[in-house]
Design a protein. Structure first.
Length: 162
């Protein structure tokens, strides 16, 4: 049976490991890699290739929104669903883990919310064929996009900082 001194050492080691894990979770899951930008938004610092991934996803969202608006103008709920479906949560799983670790928790939450919005738009458009409902849902998703863009910018890491 271990003596009291050994038990104290074990608990100290366990405590230090837990603090280290908590610090890593805070840094990589909650805070991400950010700094305050000149315009007051949070600049998320990414490698150029990671920045390209995030910006490409945003362009896909924007192209999808344009396509859904065009489909809504034609009264085509099936086309809205077809456009919204690939922008849903299935697309969120394509982000590399290393990139996700650099993103602040709130940014990830906003992104997941938008992906979920596109899933709902697709499901409801298929189930109800109500273009006006799709437009209201799309408006809600766009509010999240605007809030995210008002809070964050995506910045490439400087070559000298590496």
């Amino acid at each position: 049976m271990p003596d009291n001194k050994s038990v104290a050492v074990y608990w100290t080691i366990i405590g230090l490991l837990l603090l280290t894990i908590a610090g890593l979770v805070l840094k990589f899951v909650v805070l991400g890699t950010t700094q305050t930008a000149v315009d007051g938004r949070q600049a998320i610092i990414l490698e150029p290739s990671e920045r390209a991934i995030v910006l490409n996803e945003m362009r896909q969202f924007l192209a999808g929104v344009q396509g859904m608006l065009d489909a809504a103008d034609r009264g085509d709920a099936a086309a809205i669903a077809k456009i919204a479906r690939p922008l849903g949560m299935a697309a969120a799983h394509n982000v590399p883990a290393g990139l996700a670790a650099k993103l602040p928790l709130e940014f990830k939450s906003l992104g997941h919310s938008v992906h979920g919005d596109f899933d709902r738009i697709a499901m409801d458009a298929e189930a109800m064929s109500d273009v006006r409902l799709s437009l209201r849902q799309l408006s809600g998703a766009m509010k999240t996009c605007v809030a995210c863009h008002a809070t964050y910018q995506i910045t490439a890491a400087a070559a000298s900082a590496r």
